[in-house]
Design a protein around this ligand. Structure first.
Ligand SMILES: C[S@@+](CC[C@H](N)C(=O)[O-])C[C@H]1O[C@@H](n2cnc3c(N)ncnc32)[C@H](O)[C@@H]1O
Length: 176
């Protein structure tokens, strides 16, 4: 049986009682690789009709090895952005900030207009460099007008309308 199937999907979406960390990691990886947009919270199984499934058991050891190598000397933090800025800001720091989009509620924690205003105020005092990406809307351009703003057009890896390009802004406190 092909492991990338609805059967495996129903296994992966059910949390076992007394699940070990390794079982949880295996389920998480399965969902990341098989669900539309890697949405593990409300997953939608990604069916392939013409192409073979992208989930390939044979290449899994290589994938895990590569992830291991990449993360070997990486320190992961999970905290509100204010705390990250406070703890790690140095003249030599480069922050990449990827907050929720303006006006979109895509996450469990989204940003209100007041949150964006607070972010804009806080960024004025960053000692290091920052790169902030957001959707290109007039409100964002107005709020971050004191910084450098560059427009970019891109495809999202997960998008419903094939071929559509989306406008974003890359906001920095330095010239590229
Ligand atoms: C555009 S997503 C980031 C996606 C991420 N860069 C990635 O590639 O997976 C925005 C994230 O900001 C998080 N977020 C919301 N409020 C936050 C806050 N005050 N501090 C830090 N992160 C926050 C959201 O939960 C969401 O996961």
């Amino acid at each position: 049986m092909d492991f990338s199937s609805l059967f495996a999907y129903s296994w992966a979406t059910r949390r076992l009682r007394d699940e070990t960390d390794i079982q949880r990691a295996a389920r998480h990886l399965y969902l990341l690789r098989n669900c539309f947009a890697s949405l593990v919270r409300n997953p939608v199984y990604h069916r392939n009709v013409i192409q073979p499934p992208s989930f390939n058991l044979e290449s899994l050891p290589e994938l895990i090895e590569k992830a291991h190598k990449r993360l070997e000397r990486v320190q992961l933090e999970c905290a509100p952005y204010e705390e990250i800025l406070r703890r790690f800001d140095r003249p030599t720091t480069l922050f990449y900030l990827d907050p929720p989009y303006w006006g979109r509620k895509l996450y469990r924690h989204n940003f209100s207009e007041a949150d964006f205003e607070k972010l804009a105020e806080r960024l004025v005092n960053v000692r290091g460099k920052f790169i902030l990406s957001l959707n290109d809307v007039p409100e964002v351009r107005a709020l971050f007008a004191s910084f450098h703003i560059e427009q970019v057009e891109l495809h999202y890896t997960s998008q419903k309308a094939a071929g559509r390009r989306y406008k974003e802004v890359v906001i920095t406190n330095f010239r590229r």
